[in-house]
Design a protein around this ligand. Structure first.
Ligand code: 5GP
Length: 189
């Protein structure tokens, strides 16, 4: 997506050879018009897989999953990172190492909102090593739901997350594909 690449080049801050900061449009401040376009693009690519729900993990996946679900006319569910007082007791949970925070957290989804009848489109902002996506896939499997595909806004091709999931025969679509961040330069495939 050309518009996405342009915005990444405009506002992206390369933190290291591994990490690019996109707080201006995606991870802190959110650009609604851009996020709407991303949602439309994911909906266009995945409509034929007939998902019944979009699943993501809080917090940065939420806006993109929301616009995708809005466009597809289906609900969006986000995995929580903290159990709240009001949350259902019956949850599917998985442990996931956080790429940017350097800690391990538990993510959970209530069994009321994910079950064997669901066809799930998984959406997230970045894929690096693929830990977040794999944890969400394990939650989908535990719930007995079916995964229809994985939509990622930014795939970093020099990390193995995307390929490790494709190797399992799962369709992964990424809207911007970064081949290198070396020397502080963002290079696309
Ligand atoms: P993974 O689990 O695939 O290793 O990492 C995915 C998660 O880490 C994403 O949901 C995202 O929040 C965060 N992440 C990974 N790489 C980057 C990056 O280069 N920049 C930012 N801002 N977040 C990243």
């Amino acid at each position: 997506m050309e518009i996405l690449k342009q915005r990444i080049l405009e506002v992206g801050v390369v933190i290291s050879d591994q990490v690019v900061k996109l707080d201006a449009i995606l991870n802190h401040q959110v650009d609604p018009a851009l996020i709407m376009e991303l949602g439309k693009e994911f909906a266009r690519r995945f409509a034929e897989t007939k998902p019944t729900k979009v699943l993501t993990v809080e917090s940065s996946g939420i806006p993109i999953a929301f616009t995708t679900a809005l466009e597809l006319g289906i609900p969006m569910v986000f995995a929580r990172r903290k159990k709240t007082l009001t949350m259902d007791q019956d949850t599917y949970s998985e442990r996931v190492p956080s790429f940017t925070k350097g800690i391990v957290t538990d993510i959970m989804v209530s069994s009321n909102y994910l079950g064997p009848k669901d066809r799930i489109l998984l959406i997230d902002d970045f894929i690096a090593n693929g830990d977040a996506a794999r944890a969400l896939i394990r939650i989908i499997e535990k719930a007995g739901a079916e995964l229809t595909g994985v939509g990622i806004v930014i795939e970093k091709l020099f990390q193995s997350g995307g390929s490790s999931i494709r190797e399992r025969g799962i369709r992964v679509e990424s809207l911007a594909r970064i081949s290198s961040l070396a020397g502080g330069r963002i290079q696309f495939e």
